[in-house]
Design a protein around this ligand. Structure first.
Ligand SMILES: *[C@@H]1O[C@H](CO)[C@@H](O)[C@H](O)[C@H]1NC(C)=O
Length: 332
């Protein structure tokens, strides 16, 4: 599913400025000749897969907007960053004590934090009324970023694969089953409109990390994700008015009894948009294949679910790929 062969259109600033000025002059004459009929319709603009330019007239001024629909990095992005590293003459160095830099492990940083707090900090009665959302030290030193076998950065890979495979837009509705500390979820929350990301998670410490550290530190509280503590595939608290464009479970079903996975699918199928909506499951689908022979697809079929295929997605930053199984709802 590599999409690096597709290139976005690069609109240089001079070209953009020129086209905007041309549009402004054109619209000036258009508006003065038709002064009684103000036009708010955007002129027709060439469209590409990832980048569109829209000129919008607002009260006589032309505002140019470049809307970037690309989610994954482009080949140009990668060339750009490699150039930056080359141009700055950068090489990996040993991370040892040097002028102004004193590298610490997470454990050492936590110890420092507990013993010395910040260099500038409030004392006495002032210590407790200046911090709006006090966060436990373990979360501040990001111990939870090492709770998983894989690097934290891999969350971005999962997001890019799922969002592009299910043709997501900011207006889509997404449900994650088991979002943990939001390693993946953060990227969806940032991308989607407020309240459009839902998640069921049972681990209390993970939820604390999500609410007390990840959402506030990433500036995402305003996105109001609906993250519910619960297990056993109980989606009752998500209401019944949302239809999901994407439902996914990353490394979750393989830790669950097969029976429970089926209960979950049965409950969720009516909440998935027919045909266009997607369910993605990572790693394996033993809950299904263990049934043997045709039983797997028969049972899916009886729920109105169709298996569409297996995908792999390469990680951007390390030698690793994700395996994903794609399903859709085959009946309305
Ligand atoms: C914090 O509490 C102390 C003691 O009650 C008080 O004197 C001070 O004004 C408070 N500061 C703020 C920012 O509320």
């Amino acid at each position: 599913m590599a999409s690096s062969s597709q290139k976005g259109i690069v609109i240089t600033i001079p070209v953009l400025v020129l086209s905007v000025s041309a549009a402004a002059i054109f619209l000036f004459f258009l508006l003065s000749s038709l002064s009684s009929s103000p036009c708010t319709c955007p002129p027709s603009i060439p469209d590409s897969t990832f980048t569109t330019t829209a000129a919008v007239v607002t009260g006589g001024t032309v505002v140019a907007e470049v809307v970037d629909r690309r989610i994954s990095v482009s080949r140009d992005d990668i060339e750009w960053v490699k150039d930056q590293i080359r141009a700055n003459g950068l090489h990996m160095q040993d991370n040892v004590l040097r002028k102004g830099i004193n590298p610490r492990t997470r454990a050492q940083q936590l110890e420092d934090l507990n013993n010395f707090k910040g260099i500038s900090h409030y004392e006495g009665s002032e210590a407790n009324n200046h911090t709006a959302l006090p966060c436990p030290g373990e979360l501040l030193v990001e111990e939870h970023h090492s709770n998983y076998g894989e690097p934290w950065a891999g969350g971005r890979d999962v997001f890019e694969f799922l969002a592009e495979s299910s043709l997501l837009t900011a207006n889509s509705h997404v449900l994650e089953i088991g979002c943990g500390t939001l390693r993946v979820g953060l990227h969806f929350i940032r991308y989607l409109k407020p309240e459009h990301f839902h998640c069921l998670e049972r681990d209390e410490l993970s939820l604390m990390a999500a609410f007390r550290y990840e959402l506030p530190s990433q500036g995402l509280l305003h996105k109001r994700p609906l993250i519910v503590r619960g297990e056993d595939m109980d989606f009752a608290k998500f209401g019944s008015d949302v239809m999901y464009d994407l439902i996914y479970a990353s490394a979750v079903f393989l830790h669950m009894p097969d029976k429970l996975v089926w209960v979950g699918l049965e409950r969720l199928v009516s909440r998935l948009k027919p045909y266009d909506g997607r369910i993605f499951v990572s790693h394996n689908i033993k809950f299904c294949s263990r049934l043997g022979g045709d039983e797997c697809s028969k049972r899916l079929g009886s729920l109105g679910i169709e298996y569409l295929g297996k995908h792999t997605h390469d990680s951007l930053l390390f030698n690793h790929y994700e395996i994903w199984f794609e399903f859709r709802r085959s009946k309305a």
